[in-house]
Design a protein around this ligand. Structure first.
Ligand code: NDP
Ligand code: 21T
Length: 292
């Protein structure tokens, strides 16, 4: 106990302080000035707040979602806030052809791409799994597969700009939570895929960063409606959440934790996983793999 008090707790405090402040101190809003950014799921909630922050920072934005009317309002407000330019392209991410063509069109509108912020999700409700396979497939397609399609389509432009991919995920994409299995599966899939691609980028000297955002409960209308009467806990503000997502992307962090307890990053930082990932990388004969 004395050992814990004397050494372990101060060390833990130092580690936490480093974790928080090393990420925050360097960010300057000018980093986004003139940058060309795509935001998906930007007609409401966190995506809309991300677009507004980017607009204030003087970025070029292309926003997407299904509802044209709300996107029009978002674009108009972005221009008022000072966006270098703002456009919308409406469509559904159930359609992989739309996803692919959307990136090409957005790239043309802005003349390139610096940051791809993947944020949209299909409807999810907190209920016990009722064997609805269609919902599982839809969740995997909209919340996961379309993210892969969008990032594949964007990668050539992001390579040119040494840009960033930002993937919005959830605590439910890191830990198992009942009543949300299909959504949770799609968010775990994002971690598996994009964390593996991050390693590939590192091994092959591709300078495109990948930031996975692990969010707790955020006070969007959708979330508040869904959790009311089911989960009793404080929700974090969507405006601050959106800013932390942009900061993490701009600072090229591997992961962003927001809306969680201060212990969450420490507990989910998962040193066991990191160590094993490192050991597995060391076993690869990278020269041989790259020549094949
Ligand atoms: P919202 O419901 O507020 O926004 C979802 C967005 O996705 C809307 O713009 C919606 O627009 C769009 N969308 C829905 N269906 C489709 C579709 N088929 N094709 C294209 N776009 C679609 O969600 P939040 O802001 O609450 O969540 C945003 C992100 O944050 C998600 O990735 C979510 O997992 C994550 N997150 C949120 C938490 C929270 O508590 N709010 C907690 C943890 C993570 P439209 O309907 O017009 O298409
Ligand atoms: C609601 C849940 C579990 C982020 C959560 C909440 C409480 C606790 C731990 C984690 C806790 C999340 C989304 C709803 C509708 C959509 C899709 C929101 C899934 C969750 C999330 N943290 N968190 O008791 O300690 O991703 N919620 C999801 C479900 C938007 C709400």
């Amino acid at each position: 106990m004395a050992f814990m008090k004397k050494y372990l707790l101060p060390l833990l405090g130092l580690f936490l302080a480093y974790y928080y402040y090393s990420a925050n101190e360097e960010f300057r809003p000018e980093m986004l000035q003139g940058k060309k950014v795509i935001v998906t799921g930007a007609s409401k909630g966190i995506g809309k707040e991300i677009a507004f922050h980017l607009a204030k920072m003087g970025a070029h934005v292309v926003v997407t979602a299904r509802s044209k009317e709300t996107l029009q309002e978002v674009v108009a407000h972005c221009l008022k806030l000072g966006a270098a330019s703002a456009h919308y392209i409406a469509g559904t991410m159930e359609d992989m052809t739309f996803a692919e063509q959307f990136v090409a069109k957005a790239g043309k509108l802005m003349g390139g791409l610096d940051m791809l912020i993947l944020n949209h999700i299909t409807n999810a409700s907190l209920t016990f799994f009722n064997n609805d396979i269609h919902h599982v497939r839809k969740s995997m397609e909209v919340n996961f597969l379309s993210y892969v399609v969008l990032s594949v389509a964007a990668l050539p432009m992001l390579k040119q700009s040494n840009g960033s991919i930002v993937v919005v995920s959830s605590l439910a994409g890191k830990i198992a939570h009942p009543m949300i299995a299909p959504y949770s599966a799609s968010k775990f899939a994002l971690d598996g895929f994009f964390s593996a691609i991050r390693k590939e980028h590192w091994l092959t000297n591709v300078n495109v960063s990948i930031t996975l955002c692990v969010l707790g409960l955020i006070d969007t209308d959708t979330a508040m409606k869904e959790v009311s009467g089911k989960i009793n806990m404080k929700a974090f503000p969507k405006e601050e959440c959106a800013l932390e997502i942009i900061k993490g992307g701009a600072l090229r962090q591997d992961e962003v934790y927001y809306g969680n307890s201060q212990w969450t990053p420490l507990l989910l930082g998962n040193p066991g996983r990191r160590l094993m990932e490192f050991l597995h990388l060391r076993r690869l004969d990278i020269n041989r793999l790259l020549n094949n």
